[in-house]
Design a binder for this molecule. Structure first.
Ligand SMILES: C[S@@+](CC[C@H](N)C(=O)[O-])C[C@H]1O[C@@H](n2cnc3c(N)ncnc32)[C@H](O)[C@@H]1O
Length: 285
């Protein structure tokens, strides 16, 4: 999770909690927080969990435009990428987050929103050419496709999502952002649902961690054989050359490997020490 450090935040928090926390506890106070829409998400050290309510109330008084405070209780592992979030202060974990003019409605306790992927969300609309057919394999609530539909001019985006909760938000977000003419949401596994689409893909977005490799055979079947760009996310150690991720392609399809070339590598964010979240732009023609 990307924590935004607000310079005077810790100082104000210490002031507010004077006489409530002891000096030792004060040392563990967070120096920043993450805000999604009107919800603040705090990373609290275990030592402070017993004081979570009083800390959350103090944070609410400091942060403007905030109507709920949640605790982040652990990493995201599941297939649906569900976060571990606990509501501490406030009534609801549902909010609308605005970024680059796009509105993302979501429930932060059920759906992840990686603020660290902000540049990736901004990058795609600049790459998309007029009238492209795009397949967004792991669409979530519309992290990538909403921006593309709003800021570029694709012909159609097929957005696949298999988690019904994320899918329902995707449908709502398409309406809120007024892009129903561009995005077709599809509930189900991209590995099978994409094969049912008649059109071929000029661009395939494969944004899934730790790896979208399982969906590569499907991508090879649905791509436009004349030319297609695959945005292939993955994790790369500092010491690894980016080409190592391209080996996913050769391990699955030798023929496709001859046609695939690494066009660009985009660093998205640090994932954990010495491991980076990257995106390979793979050109297939
Ligand atoms: C959370 S997004 C990641 C989006 C983006 N990379 C980011 O970090 O902002 C991944 C989404 O893919 C969905 N998903 C996972 N496997 C899938 C599959 N086989 N077919 C369709 N959706 C899938 C998950 O439910 C989840 O909503």
């Amino acid at each position: 999770m990307v924590i935004e450090v607000k310079s005077s935040f810790k100082k104000k928090l210490r002031e507010a909690l004077k006489g409530i926390l002891n000096e030792n506890e004060m040392k563990f106070l967070p120096s920043g927080f993450q805000q999604i829409g009107t919800i603040v998400i705090l990373n609290l050290k275990n030592q402070l969990w017993k004081n979570k309510k009083v800390i959350a109330e103090a944070v609410q008084n400091i942060v403007s435009n905030c109507d709920a405070i949640c605790l982040n209780k652990g990493a995201i592992y599941s297939q649906f990428r569900t976060p571990q979030i606990e509501l501490v202060v406030g009534k609801s974990t549902e909010t609308i987050h605005k970024e680059h003019g796009t509105l993302y409605k979501l429930d932060v306790s059920k759906i992840m929103f990686a603020k660290g992927n902000i540049n990736e969300r901004k990058r795609y609309p600049k790459l998309v050419k007029e009238n492209e057919i795009i397949f967004d394999f792991f669409a979530g609530i519309g992290y990538f496709c909403l921006n593309i539909a709003r800021l570029a001019n694709p012909k159609k985006i097929f957005a696949f999502e298999m988690n019904p909760i994320a899918y329902n938000y995707l449908v709502e977000n398409i309406q809120i952002n007024k892009v129903s003419d561009k995005i077709i949401p599809i509930l189900g596994d991209c590995k099978t649902e994409a094969l049912k689409i008649k059109e071929k893909a000029d661009r395939i977005i494969m944004g899934l961690l730790p790896s979208p490799k399982d969906a590569l055979p499907t991508a090879f079947q649905v791509l436009n054989p004349e030319k297609c760009i695959i945005h292939y996310e993955g994790l790369l150690r500092d010491s690894d050359p980016p080409e190592i991720l391209l080996e996913d392609v050769s391990s699955i399809n030798k023929e496709m490997n001859k046609k695939a070339k690494l066009d660009h590598i985009e660093f998205i964010k640090s994932y954990r020490p010495h491991v980076n979240h990257v995106c390979l732009d793979i050109l297939v023609n």
